[in-house]
Design a protein around this ligand. Structure first.
Ligand code: FAD
Length: 373
């Protein structure tokens, strides 16, 4: 696909299933997305789906974006991560950025600029419990601390890093910075290997008293929590939709295998035991898709969709676990080998338990909604 005309959902999905997917073997082995594939994903428009037109994007509503993302999520996990993250991370730059920070959004849409979002620490919890700090130093700041599990840190040009700028642990104690990759003393250790989602370049970040200019602050001092939370609802819907796409793929793989695999002279698809698994998977995926689309419809109508987004995420987290379990079982022992796509899909699905917040925290958010309403 060479043109930057917006592709149809079918064309976009075909790119991820037929062009991107064949690179799964090398990506699984090397943990790196080949550069030409990153470029072809850019040509397919993967990074500009939701970006506003002023930055060269296609400005899709969430509802219009979801089918594209679902198509990508049916393919290799690194492909959906490219789409999901790039179509999310431009948001804090566009909203809180100064002129030069906002200018990066166009580069993200074209695939020339990669920005990583950095919150998680081994030394602290998230939000107000972060241990990273920044202290004023003349016209700039000195940042000290660490982050880990930072997606695409292997390739990122800039890192949105949220740190504490006072010791109060209050709502306004955090501040965000957009730290350039080549900052003196900024260590990016991209040797962190994950169970699945290979190619997504996770890394430890370490910074000990590194100097960052005040111009690299993202948003006001004390606005870090707001920056971090600013695209949370959107991201919950987007991530839930990735779970729907991956679960759909697990179902497709199970159905195809069931028709092909013969025991005692009959395809296993003719056995009721297998059919009930397929039916349960189908019902689960459909319910998840319905919740995600409902949250998107509220978002696009300008209504509050916090509870709907959290509910979709909580359901889909469990749903993708159940569906990939069943798909693996339908595949029998073959599914446990690396020859079977379900082996990779199963591992990739486990990342959702943690990505952008654990399932347990999601339960707390939904419970709060139930008790408050
Ligand atoms: C594939 C993947 C990609 C990721 N990408 C990024 C990224 O790009 N940027 C980034 O910053 N992070 C990223 N992360 C990290 C992710 O956001 C965190 O793993 C997640 O938020 C959970 O934090 P934690 O790992 O520190 O878990 P912990 O906070 O250590 O939690 C451990 C357990 O304790 C529970 N727990 C913790 N605190 C509480 C509490 N207060 N109340 C009740 N239960 C609690 C949790 O639910 C969990 O069960 C990524 C993770 C994965 C798996």
């Amino acid at each position: 696909m060479e043109t930057l005309q917006k592709p149809s959902v079918e064309e976009f999905t075909r790119f991820f299933l037929e062009d991107y997917e064949p690179a799964s073997g090398p990506i699984e082995e090397t943990d790196v997305i080949p550069p030409d594939l990153l470029k072809r994903a850019a040509d397919a428009g993967a990074y500009r789906l939701t970006t506003p037109t002023e930055f060269g994007g296609w400005n899709l509503t969430i509802g219009d974006y979801l089918p594209y993302l679902e198509g990508a999520a049916r393919g290799h996990g690194s492909g959906r991560m490219l789409v999901h993250l790039t179509n999310g991370v431009w948001r804090p730059l566009a909203r809180f950025g100064n002129e030069s920070q906002r200018a990066l959004v166009a580069g993200m849409a074209s695939g020339d600029v990669v920005v990583a979002f950095c919150l998680t620490e081994q030394s602290g919890g998230t939000g107000r419990d972060l241990k990273s700090v920044a202290r004023r130093d003349g016209d700039g700041w000195r940042l000290t601390g660490e982050k880990h599990l930072i997606t695409f840190a292997d390739r990122a040009d800039h890192f949105i890093i949220v740190v504490a700028t006072d010791d109060e642990r209050g709502k306004d104690s955090l501040t965000a910075f957009l730290v350039p990759r080549h900052t003196d003393g900024f260590e990016i250790d991209a040797t962190q290997r994950t169970m699945g989602l290979h190619g997504t370049g996770h890394a430890w970040l370490r910074y000990n008293d590194i100097y960052v200019a005040d111009a690299d602050r993202l948003g006001e001092v004390g606005q870090g929590l707001e920056v971090a939370l600013s695209f949370l609802d959107y991201s919950r819907v987007s991530l839930s939709n990735c779970m729907v796409g991956l679960a759909q793929r697990a179902l497709d793989e199970a159905a195809a295998f069931a028709k092909e695999r013969t025991t005692f002279g009959q395809p296993i698809a003719t056995r009721q035991a297998i059919q009930t698994h397929l039916a349960d998977m189908y019902a689960d995926v459909s319910a998840g898709r319905g919740l995600v689309r409902h949250a998107a419809a509220l978002a696009d109508a300008g209504e509050n969709y916090t509870a709907a987004a959290s509910t979709a995420k909580l359901f889909c987290l469990n749903m993708v676990g159940r569906v990939t379990d069943l798909s693996l079982r339908v595949h029998g022992g073959y599914g446990y080998t690396t020859d079977a796509a379900i082996e990779r899909i199963y591992r990739d699905a486990r990342g959702f338990w943690f990505e952008e917040g654990t399932a347990e925290i999601q339960q707390l958010v939904v419970a709060r909604h139930v008790l408050d309403s």
